[in-house]
Write a protein that binds this ligand. Structure first.
Ligand code: APR
Length: 227
């Protein structure tokens, strides 16, 4: 059975109402990364960091998977399918996808600020000052901040290298090491790029571009791959 790997970014959740980072009105337009998404920010102002993720978590909870997430789930009926996502929302999970690797963490989980191995599925929408882990340390979002290790990278690279089909959806490919996955596909792998800006993106000539939104492009490609 062919192995299909789908590599997603914020763009796949845009039509579920969640902001992207670098597009028009993106998250990083209104908020400085250095204030909320680095270990230094956490050291400087924990409450500000917690509030930023509490607000995003509530938006994720209120959002729903869209036709793109659901079409990726459908791939599982035909192929050995894996999702590698940069997104911290749980929309792939809620669409029913089974094999998901989160490269940048999961907003609906909390982790110990003392030992990153202590991770907890959250039952509530907020993490607040004074919420502690079993070691007694302040809980933080289970999110990979800029400058932190990407724990699942090796697994993602191995998977990418085994893919017969590699589908990139909704990522500006500007954040490394995640973006480097595109260079890790094996010879002969069919690579597709689905993004409204696909034509302007600086990717290899052999990549088949679908210059359209995720909810149009992903179902279209899935239909083509499964007919
Ligand atoms: N359908 C498909 N793609 C879309 C849509 C849509 N409806 N709307 C926007 N896009 C595309 C944009 O053209 C852009 O290429 O989604 C991409 C979003 O890029 P970014 O905002 O940079 O998001 P992403 O690539 O996921 O960012 C990577 O950066 O800030 C960090 O940790 C954060 O995981 C994130 C990483």
């Amino acid at each position: 059975m062919k192995k299909v790997v789908v590599f997603t970014g914020a763009g796949i959740s845009a039509e579920s109402g969640l902001k992207t980072f670098r597009g028009q009105d993106g998250l990083w337009e209104g908020t400085n990364i250095k204030d909320v998404a680095t270990p230094a920010a956490w050291k400087r102002d924990r409450k500000r960091v917690l509030d930023f993720y509490n607000q995003r978590r509530k938006q994720c909870i209120a959002a729903n998977p869209n036709a793109a997430h659901l079409a990726i789930k459908k791939l599982e009926e035909y192929f050995d399918t894996y999702v590698i996502t940069q997104n911290i929302d749980d929309l792939h999970e809620r669409a029913g996808s089974e094999n998901i690797i989160h490269l940048h963490g999961e907003i609906c989980k909390a982790q110990s600020s003392l030992n990153p191995k202590f991770v907890y599925t959250m039952q509530v929408a907020e993490i607040n000052l004074g919420d502690t882990c079993e070691l007694g340390s302040q809980l933080r979002p289970h999110v990979v901040w800029f400058g932190e290790e990407v724990p699942n990278l090796k697994k993602a690279e191995e998977l990418t290298n085994q893919a017969d089909v590699f589908i990139v959806v909704g990522t500006s490919l500007q954040v490394y090491p995640a973006a480097n996955l595109l260079n890790q596909t094996k010879a002969g792998c069919e690579v597709y790029l689905i993004d409204p800006n696909a034509e302007e993106m600086n990717v290899g000539w052999q990549i088949k571009r679908y210059s359209m939104s995720a909810t149009v492009g992903v179902p279209k490609l899935v239909d083509e791959l499964t007919k």
